[in-house]
Design a protein around this ligand. Structure first.
Ligand SMILES: N[C@@H](CCC(=O)N[C@@H](CSC=O)C(=O)NCC(=O)O)C(=O)O
Length: 275
């Protein structure tokens, strides 16, 4: 693992690191905020999965997570959203290919050789970070924004027992029925794949979630039709799952929205991580 940068931040360290990923077969970059408490022993971890067009840097620089994480003594990991490089498949559209990994393992050409973001987030990056840093693998939570909200919700439901709490900012809730989902799942997994196996609303309805859930979405979200929040609300009600779904008046899809509710999400995760 290579240190790309380390900066003092809210009494802890905001680092950016590079490593070779077995899952993607590429070099990957991630951000990690370590609170001061990590100097004394392993600390709880919040995974933050970012959205379309993002690298590790967008949320690290704009979500305003570090101050609240420092207050709660929680580390935050900011992974990249896809493999990258000249030899990695890409597409001219902003919502497919590099920057748009959708947190699944591709099976179809030309994506299959490198686009393995579910394995990267669930196995590969954890083995790197838990080996190298003072992080507690028994105290993990996950959140994300938009495509990353889809990632947080689906990975938590596909891997019960891994995370103590789940939250999302403006998540894509029903990708099997949205242009943010059908296009990408069709490309990465094949048009005949079972898209619902990667659909948070479907997974909520069929399998449920056994940990607390918090979702915030803005009433002025410019991508609101693509998110399909109503599908998740219906699934949560059908399942009678423990969940808080909030529609925040006047907020859009931007990081101004994410940063406005970061304190709430960090407090929500802290309650589960320190329970
Ligand atoms: N056409 C826009 C769309 C990209 C965009 O809004 N991306 C969001 C995530 S959307 C769902 O996953 C984002 O987080 N952008 C990065 C940021 O720093 O705001 C465009 O290309 O800008």
């Amino acid at each position: 693992m290579d240190i790309i940068s380390e900066n003092r931040c809210f009494g802890g360290v905001q680092g950016v690191y590079g490593h070779r990923s077995k899952a993607t077969g590429t070099d990957m970059t991630f951000g990690l905020f370590l609170p001061a408490e990590a100097a004394d022993g392993p600390v709880p971890v919040l995974w933050y999965l970012s959205g379309l067009t993002c690298t590790h840097a967008n949320a690290m620089e704009k979500a305003g997570a570090q101050g609240w994480a420092a207050e709660q003594g929680i580390a935050v990991i900011f992974p990249d959203t896809s493999p990258r490089g000249e030899n990695v498949a890409n597409d001219a559209a902003y919502d497919l290919g590099q920057g748009a990994g959708f947190y699944v393992d591709a099976t179809e050409a030309p994506w299959a050789p490198h686009f393995a973001m579910e394995s990267y987030i669930m196995q590969d990056l954890p083995s790197t970070v838990f080996d190298a840093f003072a992080l507690d693998p028994n105290a993990q939570a996950i959140t994300g924004h938009s495509m990353g909200g889809h990632g947080a919700l689906t990975l938590a439901m596909k891997h019960p027992g891994r995370f103590r709490s789940v939250s999302a900012f403006a998540p894509i809730c029903n990708p099997a029925a949205s242009d943010w989902g059908q296009k990408q799942l069709g490309a990465y997994l094949g048009e005949n794949a079972d898209f619902e196996a990667h659909d948070a609303s479907h997974l909520m309805r069929t399998d449920g979630l056994d940990v607390p859930l918090l979702i915030d979405t803005g009433t002025n979200d410019q991508f609101g039709d693509l998110l399909k929040t109503e599908a998740m609300a219906s699934a949560v009600a059908t399942r009678r799952a423990e969940a808080t779904l909030r529609l925040q008046k006047g907020y859009d899809h931007s990081y101004f929205f994410v940063s406005s509710f970061m304190e709430d999400h960090m407090t929500f995760h802290s309650e589960a991580l320190y329970a």
